[in-house]
Design a protein around this ligand. Sequence first.
Ligand code: SF4
Length: 222
Amino acid sequence: MAGCNLRCLWCHNPEAIMKDLFDHTTREIFADELFEEICEDKLFYEQLNGGVTFSGGEPILQSGELTDVLNKCKENDIHVAVETAANYSFDLLKSILEYIDLLIVDCKAISNEVYQKCTGRSNEAFIENFKILCNEKRHIWVRIPIVWNVNISIQEIHRIGEFLQPFQLDKVELIPYHKMGIPKYKKYKIEYLLQDVTPPTIEQLETCRDILSQYGIIVSCE
Ligand code: SF4
């Protein structure tokens, strides 16, 4: 879903977050129409024990428009997952939480300074929302983007471990940085600030995994 209130340096979907690019890459769709499209794959979801995942951009920024679609998914026993950075007023999410089976939440950094430098926004709302969701015992997968020396350092991965340790999470994944978004930045003539950053090495990913395991967190890697 188009639109995002963050500007992650590594975002590989610039066309989905910047309003002036929407015309080229997005279309408006009514809730009924969207639900019909979702239903086209219902047999597939049933056979593979799957469901629909709303991604973006930040889908929760359109929670009002999503309500009908999610409600219909619930009524039709379609499993609903939502990928989110969880950085907004909790009220936006609260109104549709009952229709969501799984939240896939980005944990980009715990140090506010690092988070802000990487996304352009404070992480206060993320921290608060994440705690509320965990305390409500929601099903949560955490995704940690690994952009070495950008959002992740030894110190930062320890902070993430300390933060996540108390919570019951369904899954924690490391998402290694990749450069596949660069051609889009070129195409849309947007400056790409991570030109010189390389994807993390196996050793760096193993370091993250080992540090998180010190906090009792078992990770998988995409
Ligand atoms: S939260 Fe996701 S969609 Fe939004 S800027 Fe960051 S990576 Fe891109």
